[in-house]
Design a binder for this molecule. Structure first.
Ligand SMILES: C[S@@+](CC[C@H](N)C(=O)[O-])C[C@H]1O[C@@H](n2cnc3c(N)ncnc32)[C@H](O)[C@@H]1O
Length: 365
């Protein structure tokens, strides 16, 4: 039997988490991990579009070896594209986006045009180049070419949109979290574990992404509850709207959203099993209220509300000037696990934090 090779695209640093989700969800057998990619042989009937930690999932049409740094690589890729059997082309328009690791004597647009022109010629399609900033028409079949070392893959998007573009996210706020990163945080928090129960809290919930992704990952036993607070009424409204859009119509609503300052949460001591938080670091979103002078009040509250054995999973900023804790834990916490990621030129860390020592209001470092 011929196996389908799929390529899951990932935020840099999260590749092992994507591989873990592929295995846990029994989507297939992981056969390779590259820069921002996990390659896997698809299990027949697997629901690929349910992958949450991946940015996108593609079906490989050709793996091309011997793709060097010189310009002869373009002819090699064009030849490979010519040999692709499209089956059902999926519409009259085609677009290609390319990327590579390392320096090359050709550009990404040259790769895109080499492959796109051949796909269009072989299958009588219209190729829409991204050169000169052109945007392909909606509904164009999306292809992707990636090169690492001397190996390229030419692959076609499995769905009709990139996976990271969640249909539920109709309301947004500045600084909202990339959903696959939120899903990675939920996975690191162990929300996918069978029988997970208890309260999951985001004290700076913004548009609700962390909790909505956590809910999607938690087993559908209705055992977990999700509480999100923010100081900004527009954020709370956005979170509630997104959660409504994410919930199947007949499902009970496990979410509670409220207006509160993360420095003084309306939450009982030791009542929360997991905290997921992407704090305001003052870049796109300023910390306000009790967090204005610094994030100490946030960490104190997170520490207070966590139950014994509870964990917080936080996106910690890489910039010391932003008041973050690069390379270290916030006061009162130990780092159990740290995953450095790269997103939009920044390199924050997803840190899994456990409480150190005695908790309680007023507990200090
Ligand atoms: C980086 S954003 C969080 C984004 C969120 N994870 C999402 O996916 O949309 C930080 C959030 O912290 C909120 N915030 C700022 N100061 C706050 C405070 N003192 N208490 C609670 N929330 C605060 C902002 O309103 C903003 O929504």
């Amino acid at each position: 039997m011929l196996l389908t090779l799929a390529v899951a695209r990932a935020v840099r640093g999260t590749e092992p988490l994507v591989a873990a989700e592929i295995r846990r969800a029994r989507l297939g057998a992981v056969v390779g991990v590259r820069h921002r990619e996990v390659w896997f042989e698809v299990r027949p009937g697997a629901g690929l579009l349910g992958l949450r930690t991946a940015d996108d999932v593609l079906l490989a049409a050709a793996v091309v070896d011997g793709v060097g740094h010189g310009r002869s690589a373009l002819a090699r890729l064009a030849r490979a594209a010519r040999g692709i059997d499209l089956g059902a082309p999926g519409g009259p328009d085609v677009e290609v986006s390319a990327s590579f690791v390392g320096r090359r004597n050709y550009t990404r647009h040259e790769i895109e045009d080499a492959v796109g022109t051949e796909l269009a010629r072989s299958w009588r399609l219209r190729y829409h180049s991204r050169r000169d900033g052109g945007r392909p028409p909606a509904g164009a079949t999306a292809w992707r070419v990636t090169i690492e070392g001397d190996q390229a893959v030419i692959a076609r998007r499995a769905g009709d949109r990139p996976l990271h573009r969640r249909p539920y996210k109709t309301a947004s706020i500045p600084g909202t979290l990339h959903p696959p990163l939120a899903a990675a945080m939920a996975q690191l928090a162990g929300l996918g574990a069978e029988g997970f129960r208890g309260v999951v809290l985001d004290p700076c919930c913004g548009a609700g992404t962390t909790l909505i992704e956590a809910h999607a990952l938690a087993p559908r036993a209705g055992l977990a509850r999700f509480a999100g607070f923010d100081r900004d009424p527009a954020a709370v409204a956005a979170a509630a709207a997104n959660a409504r859009a994410a919930l199947p119509p007949d499902d009970p609503d496990p979410f509670r959203w409220g207006l509160a300052d993360a420095g003084r949460l309306p939450v009982a001591d030791g009542s929360v099993r997991r905290v997921l938080v992407n704090p305001p670091w003052g870049r796109q979103v300023p910390p306000r209220g009790l967090l204005g002078p610094g994030l100490e009040a946030l960490w104190r509250e997170v520490r207070r509300v966590l139950e014994p054995g509870g964990l917080a999973v936080a996106l910690l900023h890489d910039d010391p000037g932003a008041g973050g804790t690069p390379g270290g834990a916030p006061a009162g916490f130990a780092v159990e696990q740290a995953v450095r990621v790269s997103l939009s030129g920044r390199h924050p860390v997803i840190a899994v934090l456990s409480r150190r020592g005695r908790a309680g209001r007023g507990a200090t470092r």
